[in-house]
Design a protein around this ligand. Structure first.
Ligand code: SF4
Ligand code: MG
Length: 310
């Protein structure tokens, strides 16, 4: 039986005071504009990057040592660009066998069968084992990258924009593959995307990030039906196609105003420079993430208003 996973994240620079827990078997979608810190958060969750403070834990155990060494194989990653992430000089068989052999999940003698089993899982032909990455389409390469991650037998998969570089028709196929794999293997996903349609399709819960902070988090149903944070509202309003049947590929249009530098965020609420509802309290005071409706929201509108107390 596979164990579930619990990932908790805390702290750092590009990501500030974030605390997230993902339940075993759950898919948490992480949404935000480019540069908001979502990839940084994903890299920390995956044990690729150390938080400057705080820890990332999987079932209570740190995924990284204080010295920055990854301590577990049970969190694996799938990145946006499968071409960049696959070594062009290695065959598919070598790419998929490398990690599992090194970690004793299979032996060199059995590696070919082991790899073939994972190719089956992701819908690729076993005969591809001797081919090289350049012989495949983008969608096939992403399947290879997914098989490579799965061959490490993870409990948690961190997926950072895993369909962003694919054609829309291929995106839907890969999303369906993620859904199938979750059912079959009981995987937990941290699914990072700027595509609100994709995220809605795959996520149980969704977290919205702005300048390194989670500004709203809740079930996908609640958050899409009744967004509370002005930033979430602006994101959803910028994608009218979300209200129609096939929203995969729906990216949000830029929201008015410049995104401030994540390294020098504005004081108070980081969204106040772009928020239509901002008031003096927003400049002076950082809102906490507090229960609001069915979700948690970081906005003064829900905790006494945007005016300064008299
Ligand atoms: Fe807008 Fe103020 Fe709420 Fe921030 S706290 S989102 S600036 S209303
Ligand atoms: Mg990114």
């Amino acid at each position: 039986a596979r164990l579930g996973a619990r990932v908790e994240l805390r702290g750092v620079q590009a990501v500030r005071d974030v605390s997230l827990a993902i339940a075993p078997g759950e898919t948490l979608g992480l949404v935000g504009e480019s540069g908001c810190g979502k990839s940084t958060l994903g890299r920390m969750a995956a044990g690729i990057m150390a938080p400057t403070s705080g820890t990332v834990r999987l079932e209570g155990r740190p995924v990284m040592s204080p010295g920055g060494t990854k301590l577990t194989t049970r969190v694996q990653t799938v990145f946006q660009d499968p071409f960049a992430s696959l070594n062009p000089r290695m065959s598919v068989g070598e790419i998929l066998a490398e990690g599992p052999v090194a970690h004793g999940l299979t032996t060199r003698e059995n590696a070919r069968d082991y790899v073939a089993g994972w190719l089956d899982r992701v819908g690729l032909d076993r005969s591809y084992v001797g081919r090289f990455p350049h012989q495949f389409s983008g969608g096939q390469r992403q399947r290879i990258a997914i098989a490579r991650a799965l061959a490490m037998q993870p409990d948690v998969l961190v997926c950072d924009e895993p369909v962003a570089s694919l054609d829309v028709s291929i995106q839907a196929q890969i999303i369906n593959l993620f859904l199938k794999l979750r059912r079959e293997l009981g995987l937990t996903y941290l699914f990072i995307s700027h595509d609100l349609g994709v995220v809605r399709h795959i996520s149980d819960r969704v977290a919205i990030m702005y300048l390194g902070r989670i500004v709203e988090i809740g079930t996908a149903d609640a958050l899409y039906a009744d967004p509370r944070h002005p930033y979430t509202q602006a994101l959803l309003a910028s994608v009218p196609r979300l209200m129609t049947e096939d929203a995969v590929g729906a990216e949000f249009a830029p929201i008015a105003g410049e995104i401030p530098s994540p390294l020098a965020p504005p004081p108070g609420c980081p969204f106040h420079t772009r928020c239509p509802a901002a008031g003096p309290r927003c400049v002076a005071e950082m809102p906490d993430l507090v229960p609001t409706g069915a979700q948690r929201v970081a906005c003064h509108l829900y905790t006494g208003g945007v005016e300064l107390a008299a």
